[in-house]
Design a protein. Structure first.
Length: 343
């Protein structure tokens, strides 16, 4: 399945994205959000034809008309099949020629956009257009998650569920499914689209209650701060696609090194943070992390060596430090370790 390459946008595209982000911050109706997405398709691809699929239940599938408004889509077409295959993780399904398939997030997507891609004058122009449309798509889905669109989703999908309107129990079940869809979109607004981990907002939403509980119960815990070494060098020498893969690889190694109860997030760029529950022996975690890094590098499956600089600080139950304070301390400890290793 064909996915768009990633590249930096030009100044005009950046202005358009900033304008879209400002407008999205001022709307609270999903129809308005989807209209802005329709305009972004025309802005960044040069055409108005696109199919948007958001997973459910209930599933939402729309196309964009001449006025950029979203309309219920016919799912008996190749574009829908390509979007559904991308969402279901079926790599053998080939997208129709001349189309791009964009996913949010890129790991286990909850939303997929399929659009025609006209021939560009240069390969770099195509890359910039793809990167701009991917960013516009991510802004759209995050906004839908923010406003939790249960009532507006009912307006968009009422034709699909008219047959159950007279059945009170089935209607109640349908409302419950719509609540689930709204919850999934809210979860997406807490998720880093590149790695599938928590983003900064998601980290504090999940870690803060655990931190407060651990402080009250005087249980041992810790904060870990990690930074990928040599990411800029990989970006410069091997390209940003390799750099993004390096970030995903670091996320995979960190997940394998932590426990299910721990909270891990990508703060952005090459930086990760984790809240570690019940870690009275932090050295055991650091040893496990180094072991997993060594195994990854010995596998030889990447053209780079993966290395992390790590800072870790314990959370003193009797202290007054906030979770934010401890993250800053762990960040300083990480930079101290990086400086020591380089000198």
């Amino acid at each position: 399945m064909s996915h768009p390459p990633e590249s930096l946008c030009d100044i005009g595209q950046l202005r358009a994205l900033l304008t879209m982000a400002r407008e999205l911050s001022q709307v609270d109706e999903p129809s308005a959000v989807l209209r802005l997405m329709g305009g972004a398709v025309a802005e960044h691809s040069g055409n108005k034809d696109a199919l948007l699929l958001i997973g459910g239940p209930p599933q939402l599938c729309v196309t964009f008309g001449r006025d950029d408004a979203a309309q219920m889509a016919n799912t008996n077409n190749l574009w829908y099949a390509a979007a559904r295959a991308c969402m279901d993780g079926e790599p053998d399904v080939v997208a129709p020629a001349g189309t791009w398939v964009l996913a949010v997030p890129k790991v286990r997507p909850i939303a997929v956009l399929v659009t025609e891609w006209p021939a560009a004058t240069t390969t770099e122009t195509t890359r910039q257009q793809a990167a701009a449309l991917q960013t516009a798509f991510e802004l759209t889905i995050a906004t839908l998650g923010r406003i939790q669109v249960r009532s507006s989703l009912e307006e968009l999908v009422n034709t699909q569920y008219a047959q159950i309107a007279d059945n009170a129990q089935e209607h109640a079940d349908e409302l419950a499914r719509r609540d689930l869809a709204a919850c999934e979109m809210l979860a997406l607004s807490l998720t880093d689209v590149l790695t599938g981990l928590n983003n900064r907002r998601g980290f504090f939403a999940r870690a803060e209650p655990l931190f407060i509980l651990a402080q009250r119960q005087r249980r041992a815990s810790a904060v870990l701060y990690a930074d990928i070494d040599e990411l800029k060098s990989v970006n410069d020498s091997q390209g940003h696609a390799a750099g993004d893969q390096m970030i995903r690889d670091a996320a995979t190694v960190l997940v394998a090194s932590l426990r299910q109860a721990d909270v891990l997030a990508r703060l952005g760029g090459d930086e990760f943070v984790a809240y570690i529950m019940d870690d009275a022996l932090p050295q055991a975690l650091l040893s496990r992390l180094q072991h997993n890094l060594d195994e990854f590098n010995l596998s030889g499956k990447r053209p780079y060596q993966l290395s992390l600089s790590v800072g870790m600080v314990p959370c003193d139950p009797s202290g007054n430090a906030t979770l934010g304070d401890l993250i800053q301390q762990a960040d300083l400890a990480m930079y101290a370790q990086k400086h020591h290793r380089l000198h």
